[in-house]
Design a protein around this ligand. Sequence first.
Ligand code: NAD
Length: 413
Amino acid sequence: MLKKTSSINATSGAYERAVELLGLKPNVAGALEMPDRELTVEVPFRRDNGEVASLLGFRVQHNNTRGPFKGGIRYHPHVDLAEVRSLATLMTWKTALLDIPYGGGKGGIAINPSEYSIYELERLSRKFFRAIDPVIGPNIDIPAPDVNTNAQVMGWFMDEYSQAHGYTPAIVTGKPLELGGSEGREHATGKGTAITVRETAKKWDIDLDKSTIVIQGFGNVGSFTAKFLDEYGCKIIAVSDVTGGVYELDGLEISSLFDYNYKNKTIKGSGQGKKITNDELLALECDFLIPAALGGAINKDNVDTLNCKFVIEAANGPVTQKAAENLWKKGIPVIPDILTNAGGVTVSYFEWVQNLQQFKWELEEVDTKLETKMVKAFNEVYNMKVEKKVSMRIASFMVAINRVARSYHLRGV
Ligand code: NAD
């Protein structure tokens, strides 16, 4: 295998184990791990006060063996080439795992967006998109929203690209509905996470109706996960956001909490349950603990406090490698992020298909197709886990890497 220059990936241990179990030759494993292309651009733009500012932007195209590069663009002060590379790599495995015809990519700008006006953000977004224009296209690389970017930013991207190339909604996904966004995209990641919990309960013979759920993070992913699990009949006993958590052993009233949070963007002041801290929340006794906020939320310092039967990784990388090893030893299954939260990229793919077809699907069609994709991927990972006696994380990497490797061989170098 090549030197580890291509990844700072917290899951690179899982990658190495998976390629070993698959029996991939080191040269192939190394080639698949290496990014195809990394672009660093200067993004100069005019501030509202007339001054010119310059930021660094990145787009990493990890692998396009199975289809165009696909992945979000994040605006965050911590963005650097190494982080973007790591996230682009994960996108390759995620799209392969769900068997959608994409590769993996990611992008970002090192910026704290709260320090800029909406007009400044529009100007810099347009400049960034112009800067990466030579390497993107609806059949080449299709960006999407990520941390601190949203449907509005995708609307600007789409407009900027369309001005140069003609009307091209398929250049980005996660757009507003009025610009070719898909029905069902807003709730897709939460719905996919709820389906993952339901399928886990089936395989491990847990009565979903009687199961208890704890969710850290009540943003897009956490709140929709709670909504769908509530509809499945689960008891959601605690949820939290950055301001802290609420706990009710008999189950929170999710539909009113969801509405309150949707309106106020926080659960603070909802009047529900007993107040708890985020640390206390992680230690609650429950069947399913669902970290849906931050990377590294469950780590070596707090993993021993956990009191759950399963961890469902709804956020990206919420369980560190050390914590995952600890949970494996204790027999607590961790259902990995590249499976659990793949509902978002799956419906992004449906959005792209609708844009290419110039035909809009009804919500029911989107939801049904998402359900089919999620269940199929879950079963493939579970069967691999049973056959090879490995964790769900290693099994998901094995399914995904095997799929990319087979396409790689069939296409030829
Ligand atoms: P969001 O910004 O909508 O919500 C984040 C939530 O986490 C908020 O409720 C926030 O208050 C809470 N939070 C932040 N810091 C916290 C802390 N220290 N303790 C507890 N809660 C905290 O983000 P989102 O879109 O829901 O994404 C959540 C995670 O899921 C991220 O890791 C993201 O990368 C991942 N993800 C999101 C999608 C998607 O479609 N939105 C898809 C795949 C993966």
